[in-house]
Write a protein that binds this ligand. Structure first.
Ligand code: NAD
Ligand code: ZN
Length: 358
């Protein structure tokens, strides 16, 4: 798949064995790389770093292993990466290679965006979720007061997505990533949505051809949105479907308690209900909810989180402008719109959402 943005066009190689492309991508670079810094996390290193080395056979490489998950996206780890980069004499022509999930990708991308005012980087994603995060050029670390609050737009040179690495993903992570696949289908293509719903009845039972198909579709959909709107002045906001409430749940539950995708799934269910109520969306919400449940998703907001707190969080969302909470809603499946929703309407619907679940 080719991704076109106003700042750059780059390839995404997807498939089993895609990693074989990496060497020639690196050697084929117009402006040769001096050194390569591989940033990966403890879990990915344990499972795959050894084979990664063998598969790629790269020279002039040094590896930086950071803590797994959100713990990678801190100021401390960021600074530590910069220190290693300086100590290992990375220069402007060096390459940063991110090998891991969305967290490592966001961190490594931010290091690349800021080291010496920006050097090149390549994404080698290892989670389902990263079909989303590795494409599009948004890179960031977290601030104690908010997720992804410190970041940049920095497009990779290439994305090499070898599905072989996904084999070791625990079911919880499959579930987290698959929520973004569902999101891509809902905001863009009804047929894709029904194809998923009919085809995917269990996450651990997904076949390789199914994964290849939906990850490719997901990347294409995201790529299409990015091509129109790299810096999120318009349609890119549609990718936040399910995320306004989802982010609030993630933050309130404590990051890591509920995964990103699990929170987004609840957020999508809520947004679909809002869409039915406010825009008259024609959608079988019951079937959707049953499907989510059968895949192991929670469909209600975790106990102990108050609606008022969620509302406060939603107001702090980066997408909020002048305090108005903007939701991505659907007029039809595949037809998203951005709509400001009144606080009172939101509170009422959050209440209803909780009651319906009981
Ligand atoms: P992650 O990188 O934290 O990976 C999830 C967990 O799976 C981690 O513990 C990791 O060590 C482990 N893991 C990764 N690959 C594995 C493998 N092959 N086998 C076994 N375990 C493996 O998170 P994620 O779910 O990939 O991504 C979430 C992050 O992505 C969040 O920080 C989110 O903010 C970010 N994100 C960014 C964008 C973007 O556009 N930049 C979009 C969506 C999400
Ligand atoms: Zn997301």
């Amino acid at each position: 798949v080719k991704i076109h943005t106003s700042s750059k066009t780059y390839p995404v190689y997807i498939g089993k064995g895609a990693i074989q492309q990496l060497r020639s991508i690196i050697h084929g670079a117009e402006d040769q790389y001096t050194t390569i810094m591989v940033i990966t996390d403890e879990t990915v290193a344990k499972h795959h770093l050894h084979t990664f080395r063998e598969q790629t056979g790269l020279e002039r490489v040094f590896e930086k292993v950071v803590p797994s998950g959100e713990k990678a996206k801190t100021f401390d780890v960021y600074q530590d990466c910069l220190t290693s980069a300086l100590e290992n004499k990375l220069d402007r022509k060096s390459l940063i290679l991110s090998f891991g999930g969305g967290a490592v990708g966001d961190l490594a991308g931010f290091v690349a965006a800021t080291y010496m005012r920006g050097i090149r980087f390549i994404q080698v994603p290892t989670t389902i979720l990263a079909h989303d995060s590795a494409v599009g050029g948004k890179v960031a670390i977290n601030h104690p007061l908010g997720k992804n609050m410190v970041g940049a737009f920095h497009q990779p040179e290439a994305v090499v997505y070898d599905l072989g690495y996904l084999k070791t993903l625990p079911e919880k992570e499959l579930r987290s990533g698959f929520a973004e696949v569902i999101k891509h289908s809902l905001i863009s293509d009804e047929n894709f949505y029904f194809w998923l719903m009919e085809g995917i009845q269990s996450l651990s039972g997904m076949t390789d051809p199914q994964m290849l198909e939906f990850l490719t579709r997901g990347v294409q959909i995201k790529g299409g949105v990015i091509a129109e709107d790299e810096k999120e002045n318009g349609v890119r906001a549609f990718l936040n479907f399910g995320h306004t409430l989802g982010h609030a749940i993630e933050a309130e539950a404590g990051f890591g308690e509920v995964t990103h995708g699990e929170a987004v799934a609840i957020g999508m269910l809520f947004s679909l209900k809002l869409s039915i109520q406010l825009l008259g969306l024609d959608f079988n919400i019951k079937a959707f909810k049953l499907w989510l449940k059968s895949l192991g998703y929670e469909t209600s907001i975790p106990a102990g989180i108050s609606n008022e707190r969620l509302l406060e969080r939603m107001k702090q969302d980066k997408k909020t402008v002048n305090g108005a909470i903007r939701f991505v809603l659907l007029e039809k499946i595949g037809l998203p719109v951005l709509k400001e929703v009144e606080e009172t309407v939101l509170l009422m619907n959050l209440k209803k959402f909780a009651e319906e679940e009981e």
